[in-house]
Design a protein around this ligand. Structure first.
Ligand code: KG4
Ligand code: ZN
Length: 342
């Protein structure tokens, strides 16, 4: 089966073509056109600008992907959650292709796609054989959730952030430290050789009985600490970046380990833009080795952590497989769902 996938839910325009035969896959195209340089000057994503850029980028990207339409069996499209005006561009493009080429169109949830990004490792190989039940920690600019999976089509949210997403907290703290946008990669860079114990920041909700998170208080604590410091030199900035990053990671790991024990999962999957964070990857991997010896830990290839269309192709594959007849002429029924919940 060959799947063409399009993703335009936020500020990256992405197109991928993935071939799957049994358990084997081959990536035929995986293109992302990033808008980071455009939104940088505004200090965050401007939805109207993002949507206009998707309009400019999506067709040239499809052309670059060198698609042979006769080989395409299924088209996958992200229909939510995300920015409404951005989502519409991708969906209308995909609907047009679906109608003109007479190919089934499968709507894919962006969050499920982030989780399923784990199944692809490198440009070709076998789809990762996940052992179920599995627990996924989804950490992105819009989400922080713990998701229980019984199989590749079953997702249940058991906890999520009550305010800011962890990626959003990275972005806001970077702003407080005058480091620019997006905050995640910059904070982790500045944190690299700094002292993560320099500032005693809170670990919000770390001991609560549920699996929810809260990151807005952590961001406020950073602001309050900074307000008390007169000279904000490089050392202070780096130490604050490291202290904040560690506080966020501590909470993410504590809740993930607790949920994995309670639900007796066989694997843990990491996903979403913040899963590019090397400290989170390393520390979570170590925690699983130490406290959950029987559990397999997986994290996506670094190139598939932030938004991409390859993960959407995987999502479309499993959904289509489950019910292939449903998606014939299905384009008529698909609407964008900016606030889509799992
Ligand atoms: O999944 P994603 O590309 O878009 C959303 O679905 O939100 O995630 C983007 C988020 C941003 O908040 C960005 O700061 C964060 O992922 N991020 C990181 C790193 N790379 C990207 N956060 C921490 N460390 C990183 N290395
Ligand atoms: Zn995302």
């Amino acid at each position: 089966m060959e799947i063409l996938a399009i993703e335009t839910s936020c500020d990256e325009t992405a197109v991928a073509v993935l071939e799957i035969k049994g358990q084997n896959y081959q990536v035929l195209a995986n293109l992302v056109s990033s808008q980071i340089n455009i939104h940088k000057k505004y200090g965050g994503i401007v939805p109207e600008v993002a949507a206009r850029k998707h309009v400019e980028n999506v067709i040239p990207l499809l052309e670059k992907a060198n698609i042979n339409k006769d080989n395409i069996d299924v088209i996958g499209i992200v229909y939510g959650p995300g920015l409404i005006t951005s989502l519409i561009v991708g969906l209308e493009t995909a609907k047009t292709l679906s109608l003109v080429w007479q190919k089934p169109l499968v709507p894919v949830d962006h969050i499920k796609a982030h989780i399923l990004a784990n199944l692809i490792r490198g440009n070709q190989g076998e789809l990762l054989p996940i052992k179920f039940p599995a627990l996924a920690l989804v950490v992105s600019g819009g989400h922080t959730s713990l998701v229980l999976m019984k199989d590749t089509n079953s997702f249940q949210t058991i906890g999520q952030t009550r305010d800011d997403a962890v990626g959003e907290a990275f972005d806001k703290v970077a702003k407080l430290l005058d480091l620019g946008y997006p905050g995640g990669p910059i904070i982790s860079q500045h944190a690299q050789k700094a002292d993560k114990t320099a500032f005693d920041l809170p670990r919000p909700m770390i001991d609560t009985d549920d699996f929810d998170f809260s990151f807005s208080g952590l961001k406020t604590a950073v602001r309050q600490e900074l307000a008390q410091i007169k000279v904000k030199d490089k050392k202070v900035i780096n130490n604050m970046a490291a202290s904040f990053q560690q506080a966020a990671i501590d909470v993410l790991i504590a809740k993930t380990v607790k949920a994995a024990k309670k639900y007796k999962v066989k694997s843990i999957l990491l996903g979403g833009g913040v899963s590019a964070n090397k400290e989170l990857r390393n520390q979570l991997s170590q925690a699983v080795k130490k406290e959950l010896k029987w559990v397999e830990f997986w994290q996506p290839d670094l190139s598939n952590t932030t938004d991409n269309a390859l993960m959407v192709a995987v999502g479309a594959y499993f959904k289509y497989q489950q019910n292939p007849y449903k998606y014939k002429n299905y384009w008529k029924k698909i609407k964008v769902e900016p606030n889509l919940e799992l």
